[in-house]
Design a binder for this molecule. Structure first.
Ligand SMILES: [Cu+2]
Length: 499
């Protein structure tokens, strides 16, 4: 999806997206005083939705000879780009044409529990062959996204293994950085399969210092499991990789002109994978992480994104040619993880040059000072029980695996207070951890203090520590979880709650 902003605006993007709006098929009662006021102020307000999303099985043409069948939003991959305005209430109809109940999660937005899209928090399901009308006030501004929020477990046809991912852009009052046009890229794999042990990228994060006690705990648990005859727990791999639903070389190239400043909004829509992205001969001027402007807009040679992370970066087009913008991993790029960038007037075979290895360091985008002390700090230790659940790894937070049967909040908060999460990873996996309905500030990574970086997903390295702060300003249940689908589904979740 190459978006030329001016031409889309002239075509009326909002109109195009709302084109599917129809009279309501089901009227839900107002769910909040705000809703009631909106309904009274404008009786027509609830007659039409601003956007309609339909969940149904459809086809994605990754290449002309490679077509997959999976669950999609509005029959497309990615789902429609929803441009919302910060603070302007929207009404959205979500139809579920499948045989199973669904959840649609508004990732990165501070919305109420009844619309957030997580059953664990209490959001009602979108019933099979039914619909839900929801309404919320978008925010905070910036690059967000929406995706399904189920726990498919071993069922690799469902949850985020499917094609249920779409981008949200909430227009900020002020755009970060000067640019000529913007392009949205959704990185996504298809056709998942289970394997024993994996090849998950591990040399991703800059801080390589490991915490001795975490390493000893993790390694001794693993040794004991191996000694008892257990194989490695299952991991997921993929047959096909794509950007915006097309394998490398099988979609339209991104056509650029020399001297253009292109703002790329990159979403990692993967269920399980950490992704990299490089454009040979060019650098990325990172202006936002997870949609939020940064204290420092540093230039980097390539991007690393954990599952569900977003990076917005400006690339100055000053190296004419035909290039492959793609993943560092030759296997994944070979199976489609890339897109061609073509300068005007240039032809020929797209060129890939392997970049120098580069490790991701969040702190270069932050301030080098120490955040103010929080009101309270919660310690969280993450651990793996190798192959403990029918061959799948079980994941625990402070010794407990999450269970849908006994959904007791692990952390009770008080509204208005500021909390610190001190996360300790007693496993060698990288965990992209996520907190629903709140943004957090990175305050310490690998022993290094930082401030000013606001995110909703952050990668925690193997046997490392990380601290984030957040304000309890959006009451109700909020789900905290690892965004790696296999980790989340097999225990790596906890609930926060406050009134
Ligand atoms: Cu994880």
């Amino acid at each position: 999806m190459t978006i030329d902003r001016r031409s889309l605006l002239s075509l009326g993007l909002a109109g195009a997206l709302a084109g599917a709006a129809r009279p309501a098929e089901a009227q839900l009662p107002p769910t909040s005083p705000e809703d009631a006021v909106a309904a009274q102020a404008d009786p027509n307000h609830r007659a039409r939705a601003d956007h309609t999303i339909r969940i149904a099985t459809g086809l994605v043409e990754l290449a002309s000879d490679h077509i997959v069948s999976t669950k999609l939003y509005n029959g497309e991959f990615p789902g429609p780009l929803l441009r919302l305005k910060e603070g302007e209430r929207v009404v959205i109809d979500i139809h579920n044409d499948t045989d199973t109940p669904e959840q649609l999660h508004w990732h990165g937005q501070a919305v109420p529990v009844d619309v957030d899209g997580a059953a664990e928090e209490g959001t009602p399901y979108i019933p099979a062959h039914g619909m839900r009308r929801i309404s919320f006030t978008p925010g905070p501004a910036g690059l967000r996204f929406y995706h399904t929020h189920l726990t498919p477990g071993s069922d690799l046809c469902n949850g985020q293994y499917s094609g249920q991912v779409g981008t949200v852009y909430i227009e900020p009052k002020r755009e970060a950085g000067r640019y000529d046009r913007e392009i949205f890229l959704v990185l996504k794999e298809f056709q998942p399969t289970l394997s024993r042990g994996g090849d998950m990228a591990s040399d991703v994060l800059a801080n390589t210092a490991r915490i001795k006690s975490l390493e000893e705990a993790g390694e001794s648990a693993m040794r004991a499991s191996m000694a008892s005859g257990k194989p490695h727990g299952y991991e997921v791999g993929y047959e096909a990789f794509s950007i915006n639903g097309r394998m490398l070389g099988h979609g339209e190239p991104i056509r650029v002109k020399q001297g253009e400043r292109v703002l790329f909004h990159v979403v990692n829509g993967s269920a399980t994978e950490i992704r990299s992205l490089a454009l040979p001969g060019h650098r990325f001027g990172v202006v936002a992480l997870d949609g939020n402007p940064l204290p420092n807009t540093a230039e980097v040679p390539l991007l690393w994104l954990g599952t569900a992370e977003r990076v917005s970066a400006i690339v100055e087009m000053k190296n004419p040619g035909v290039w492959v913008m793609g993943d560092l991993a030759d296997d994944d790029r070979g199976k489609g993880m890339g897109i061609v960038v073509e300068y005007a007037g240039r032809t020929g075979k797209p060129k890939w040059i392997k970049p120098m290895h580069y490790r991701w360091d969040y702190t270069i985008f932050g301030r080098q000072d120490t955040a103010a002390n929080p009101d309270e700090t919660f310690e969280m230790t993450f651990a793996k029980n190798n192959a403990a659940l029918d061959g799948f790894n079980e994941w625990t937070i402070n010794g407990a695996a999450f269970s849908m049967e006994r959904m007791v909040p692990m952390f009770r908060l008080q509204r208005g207070k500021r909390y610190r999460l001190r996360m300790r990873n007693a496993s060698d996996d990288i965990h992209p951890v996520h907190l629903h309905r709140h943004s957090f500030e990175l305050t310490r990574i690998g022993g290094k203090a930082t401030s000013g970086i606001i995110k909703d997903v952050v990668m925690l390295g193997g046997y490392q520590e990380l601290e984030v702060d957040f304000a309890a300003n959006n009451p109700g249940r909020s789900l905290f979880h690892c965004h790696q689908q296999l980790h989340m589904d097999f225990g790596f979740m906890a609930l926060f709650d406050y009134g």
